[in-house]
Design a protein around this ligand. Structure first.
Ligand code: PEP
Ligand code: MG
Length: 323
């Protein structure tokens, strides 16, 4: 089977009825590009920049960041690269920031919340990204957006930094798409409003599931509640995709669910445009999608949205795909 998949490295991801979707990869460092190339990733759907900040004792400089972003953009040779701004906090700590201990770190001071507060950290990263933008096809994404106000503020800061660079005569790419992670239920529910202002959505199911089900993604005792196929999750995903399309925007997914064999048929049916997963899952997903009919998956999606439990959904997916 591995040999069959290997033949798909340079193939496009097209369904049996001829619909193209994009299969991108999640990376943490420029070193991960090798795996993306070997597995035929069509782009980077999530570059988790926190690793630049971790395993060290001080913040990375603008120059260090610039070099990493440039390496990834050049390495992808014009293919899309979605870079997520710093998503620290929750399970990812930065000891040198000396942040106060919290009762509920996943509900606390993290990601965009911290960046809007500690603006020096945020602005340094944005400048590094803007300067690197001329080296490829950069898209910038903010994590953990809960309100429109947060998005607008973060966007305004980005615009300020862009103008600051322009004033100094430093070149920045003409058009850089700006999107958000949809990983907090408030944002999924209000996706129609967000869709008017963002260029794209990327659904972060790892967090979206934990926040929707109120089940800590790290806690084994409540892991039975961590249900990607729960129709409640699928309905939120549908709302986000429909909202994007209504405004002519695209919707991707970069949580683990995007590479999950049971989820993929449903996501395809819901109209997801981009699936971003660990590089090692890309070829298997491509092989699966090439055997699915989008039209059939649309009927499947319609059906499972009306179900009551995860178990029923899994059964319906199996019945529709294991024939
Ligand atoms: C997510 O929440 O789905 C996601 C992709 O981000 P992370 O796993 O880094 O929180
Ligand atoms: Mg997340």
């Amino acid at each position: 089977q591995k040999a069959e998949w290997a033949k798909l490295v340079n193939e496009k991801t097209v369904t049996a009825d001829g619909i193209h979707v994009e299969l991108a990869a999640n990376i943490g460092t420029p070193k991960d590009l090798k795996g993306v190339r070997e597995n035929g990733g069509e782009g980077i759907g999530l570059y988790r920049t926190e690793f630049l900040y971790m395993d060290r004792d001080q913040l990375p400089t603008e120059e260090e960041q610039y070099e990493s972003y440039k390496a990834v953009l050049e390495g992808m040779e014009g293919k899309p690269v979605v870079v997520r701004t710093l998503d620290i906090g929750g399970d990812k700590e930065l000891p040198y920031l000396n942040l106060p201990k919290e009762m509920n770190p996943f509900l606390g001071y993290r990601a965009i919340r911290l960046c809007l507060d500690e603006q020096d950290i945020f602005r340094t990263q944005l400048r590094a990204l803007l300067r690197a933008s001329i080296h490829g096809n950069l898209k910038i994404m903010f994590p953990m957006i809960a309100t429109l106000a947060e998005f607008r503020e973060a966007k305004a800061i980005l615009e300020e930094e862009k103008q600051g660079l322009a004033a100094k005569g430093i070149k920045v790419a003409e058009s850089i798409e700006l999107g958000i992670m949809v990983e907090i239920p408030s944002t999924a529910v209000l996706a129609d409003q967000f869709a008017k202002e963002v260029d794209f959505f990327s659904i972060g199911t790892n967090d979206l599931i934990q926040y929707t089900m109120a089940a800590d993604r790290m806690n084994q005792q409540v892991s039975y509640l961590y249900q990607p196929y729960n129709p409640a999750i699928l309905r939120l995903v549908k709302m986000v995709i429909d909202a994007a399309h209504k405004e002519g925007k695209w919707a991707g997914m970069c949580g683990e669910m995007a590479g999950d064999e049971t989820a993929i048929p449903v996501l395809l049916g819901l109209g997801l445009d981009e699936f971003s997963m660990s590089a090692s899952s890309v070829l298997k997903a491509r092989s699966l999608i090439r055997n699915l009919n989008k039209a059939d998956m649309e009927s499947l999606a319609e059906k499972v949205l009306e179900m009551g439990t995860s178990e029923e959904v899994v059964e319906a997916v199996n019945a529709a795909t294991l024939s």
